[in-house]
Ligand binder design. Structure first.
Ligand code: ASP
Ligand code: MG
Length: 410
């Protein structure tokens, strides 16, 4: 008998028929002799609908009220799935995040988990029930309802799996697993059978939308094995585990892309100590999250600094940067939101030379100019024109033959 956490995303429970299909699957899992804890998202696009409704009702939307509103979506879904399980003679009990023991900080709309005390979930399991928990929610140390942010249900599921020492955390979604690249961009993208936490974390940090990055971080920190799979076909999906030394290392596991960033360039900056510190301190004080940073070697005592920021922060970052041009002795600042970033990710590149060369040659052969480069131990990213991003993804996916399955380090 295994203890399994099963998380269902919004499209998986999007309408009554889907809700019944999910209940059938949970019932099957229980009848096979497993203990199951369910974590559920709001049905379909309900979270978006609630957010929109709030903007239609009020201009001032206090975080406390927003969280009470948004978490109602998940709460509704828990009760409905609970009923559907009873209908199948599976004893079940619905729980809000607070009842499930999620204590968070007081940051409304994006709360952080402080502690999970799953006493009531344990009691329910001991009583032979399936607990059905509302995802992405908790209660703050001040006693208010909190929302863990978009995609927070994945984190709820991983946190429960860790707290209850579950055997596996299954994340059910509308695709059959994690793919070598976005199947909408490359038709012959393949499902990855198994991937390490580190690689999946790099993928989610560089444009792969699911699972939520925070949940992958949590899983990596606590060693919670994940199984990303489909709630439509129920087939085997992608296992996400710790990289073990016996595991073959794919040279490249995936190609991701991110179109949500803008590039800011400040030109003709005086080349002296303290200039970069001043700029990035000012950006940090405005809560701007800076990513790729490039500084050229200076020609005649002057240099250019470019960096990327999330598109939503671009205007603010541009203002901060422009405001500092005089002080930095710079000639100007430019915001460019026509960029995108392509990344190749694979644990095998740590020991396999030539990956960077292949990336750059491939882009060059396809007339794609590289504007910025950044790397980690298992990732190479290039900033290119946004209009060329799909082409960049396609040619890199082909260059590393990802459609034929991964090549491994010998
Ligand atoms: N329903 C919320 C959202 O769409 C939380 C979640 O499902 O993870 O972001
Ligand atoms: Mg979701």
């Amino acid at each position: 008998m295994a203890l399994i956490v099963q998380k269902f995303g919004g499209t998986s429970v999007g309408d009554p028929e889907r809700m019944r299909a999910v209940a059938d699957h949970v019932a099957r899992t229980v009848r096979r002799g497993n203990q199951v804890v369910v974590v559920i998202s709001a049905m379909g696009k309900e979270t978006d609908d609630l957010l929109r409704m709030a903007t239609e009702v009020a201009r001032v939307r206090p975080g406390r009220e927003m969280d009470m509103l948004i978490t109602a979506g998940e709460r509704k879904a828990t009760a409905l799935l609970g009923m559907a399980l009873h209908d199948r003679s599976v004893p079940a009990a619905s729980f809000t995040g607070s009842q499930a023991g999620f204590i968070t900080d007081t940051t409304h709309t994006n709360a952080k988990i402080v502690e999970v005390r799953p006493t009531r979930l344990r009691q329910a399991l001991e009583a032979g029930q399936v607990p059905v928990v509302g995802g992405a929610q908790g209660v703050s140390t001040d006693g208010d309802v909190t929302f863990l942010g978009r995609g927070g249900s994945d984190t709820t599921a991983v946190a429960i799996a860790h707290a209850l020492e579950a055997d596996i955390c299954e994340l059910y979604t509308d695709v059959t697993g994690v793919f070598t690249t976005d199947p909408r961009v490359v038709a012959d993208a393949r499902r990855i059978d198994r991937i390490s936490f580190d690689e999946l974390l790099e993928m989610t940090a560089n444009g792969c939308p699911k699972p939520a990055m925070r949940s992958v971080e949590y899983a990596r920190t606590h060693g919670v094995d994940l199984h990303v799979r489909s709630a439509f076909t129920w087939e085997q999906g992608t296992l996400v585990t710790k990289e073990d030394s016996d595991m073959e290392q794919a040279i490249i596991s995936a190609v991701t892309h991110d179109t949500e960033e803008a590039k800011i360039t400040i030109t003709g900056v005086e080349d002296r100590p303290g200039v970069a510190g001043k700029l990035f301190r000012a950006l940090a004080e405005q809560q701007v999250n800076v990513d790729v940073i490039v500084q050229n070697t200076s020609a005649a005592g002057h240099t250019d600094i470019s960096f990327t920021v999330p598109k939503e922060d671009a205007v603010r970052a541009g203002e901060v940067t422009s405001g500092l041009t005089d002080e930095m002795g710079a000639s100007g600042a430019v915001v460019d939101d026509g960029i995108a970033r392509v990344s190749v990710i694979g644990a095998g590149m740590k020991t396999h030379p030539g990956v960077a060369a292949t990336v750059f040659e491939t882009l060059a052969a396809n007339e794609i100019n590289i504007e910025m480069i950044s790397t980690s131990a298992i990732r190479i990213s290039c900033v290119v024109r946004e209009a060329q991003i799909e082409h960049a993804v396609q040619c890199l996916h082909a260059a590393f033959r990802l459609d034929e399955g991964p090549a491994y380090v010998d």
